[in-house]
Design a protein around this ligand. Structure first.
Ligand SMILES: NC(=O)c1ccc[n+]([C@@H]2O[C@H](COP(=O)([O-])OP(=O)(O)OC[C@H]3O[C@@H](n4cnc5c(N)ncnc54)[C@H](O)[C@@H]3O)[C@@H](O)[C@H]2O)c1
Ligand SMILES: [Zn+2]
Length: 358
């Protein structure tokens, strides 16, 4: 991983070093094409911005376009964008000519701290998100925290939530550091963001390298996501991913508390930390607990019909040891969802962003 403010200026040199004989093809989206410039001179395929681009129709159009442009087995795909472009371009690379190398150049904070590391690529189908994909580790990852300046605030927060999650599951000191530096982080101070990305990438890479195909410990990275994804789906994706995962982290901590795995007060502490990062912690009015439960049942993390959770024990420490996740009776999940919903609705202090905009 190449991480430095201004690193995008070195993109041509890095390609020369990692893939000297290959022809680069850049895949990016419209927002990024407008906001982020690099000195690389190469054919650039631009897709519309947003989750809607992660389709097989788009994959087909991109692979056809590469063939039309005469790209062959000597291609290196440059994925320049957020997690959507990373997943889409990564899957194009995984499949084009039976697989060509990809260089990930994440430009959203979420992609920098999370999506660009770990080698997963995926597309969505009408059955749900990320249901078609491949493991295709990049030949390199180039991260320039300087490009975060043009991100929308909600997209900045999406990345901060994942970083806080990394602290929660693996490093208490990092968890506290994020709280201490939150003003600089929210102001997009490049040095603070660089430090954040460095530590998050380290944590994710360490967990993933020990468990590339998600057999065990990697599941701890799903903290907050079992509930978060279900809430997103039940809300028809009108909720930002970070907002949904923030609520998911709090609900799963409450679940841990009610099962006696987490100390009392962990959920409240998490809520305060998330509030400090400008997360709203809002349970969408129209979403019923039953809808969230039903969505959980459709999640791909369900094993044999039972929902499993990676539950926090304490900041920096998740769910003891193997198998890292535990099943929880549906009645307990239902009850905790009800408690969480009422609690979030009644706790205005956790709903006020501190000086965050957008
Ligand atoms: N493969 C993985 O391991 C993994 C992990 C986490 C998430 N994901 C995937 O990542 C996706 C979410 O990623 P995301 O939050 O980055 O979404 P995204 O790619 O849609 O980016 C968010 C928005 O920010 C814009 N943007 C990106 N960089 C910018 C910049 N520097 N300046 C201005 N605008 C910029 C994009 O155009 C988009 O509108 C989801 O599809 C999710 O499934 C994958
Ligand atoms: Zn996430």
């Amino acid at each position: 991983v190449d991480l430095e403010v201004g690193a995008r200026e070195r993109l041509p040199a890095l390609l020369e070093e990692l893939a000297p004989t290959l022809r680069p093809a850049v895949i990016t989206d419209r927002n990024v094409a407008r906001a982020v410039t690099t000195p690389l001179k190469a054919p650039t395929l631009v897709v519309p911005a947003g989750e809607g681009a992660k389709t097989r129709a788009r994959w087909r159009a991109l692979t056809d376009r590469l063939l039309d442009l005469g790209f062959g087995r000597d291609t290196v795909v440059v994925a320049l964008g957020g997690g959507v472009v990373g997943d889409l371009a990564g899957f194009v690379a995984a499949t084009f000519q039976r697989g060509v190398p990809v260089l990930q150049v994440p430009t959203s904070l979420l992609a920098m701290v999370d999506a660009a590391v770990g080698g997963k690529t995926a597309l969505n189908t009408h059955h749900g998100k990320n249901l078609v994909g491949a493991f295709h580790p990049p030949i390199g990852v180039l991260i320039d925290p300087g490009v975060a300046g043009s991100l929308r605030s909600s997209h900045l927060r999406n990345g901060l939530v994942e970083a806080l999650k990394h602290g929660l599951v693996a490093d208490a000191a990092y968890f506290d550091w994020i709280e201490a530096e939150r003003t600089r982080l929210l102001a997009r101070d490049p040095a603070a963001l660089t430090e954040l990305i460095r530590r998050s990438v380290e944590i994710k890479a360490e967990i993933v390298s020990a468990d590339e195909r998600e057999a065990g410990r990697r599941a701890i990275l799903n903290a907050g996501h079992t509930v978060g994804h279900a809430l997103e789906a039940a809300a028809g994706y009108r909720l930002a991913h970070g907002e949904a995962v923030a609520v998911g982290l709090v609900v799963e901590a409450l679940l841990g508390e009610s099962l006696g795995e987490a100390p009392a007060g962990l959920a409240a502490e998490l809520a305060a930390r998330l509030g400090g990062l400008g997360l709203g912690l809002v349970w969408p009015e129209a979403v019923a607990e039953e809808a969230v439960l039903a969505a959980m049942g459709r999640d791909k993390k369900v094993v044999g019909g039972v929902v499993r959770f990676a539950l926090p024990r304490a900041p920096g420490r998740l769910a003891g040891g193997p198998p890292w996740t535990r099943s929880v009776a549906e009645s307990v999940v239902r009850q905790t969802l009800g408690v969480a919903r009422a609690w979030l609705a009644a706790a205005p202090s956790t709903r006020l962003p501190h000086g965050a905009n957008g």
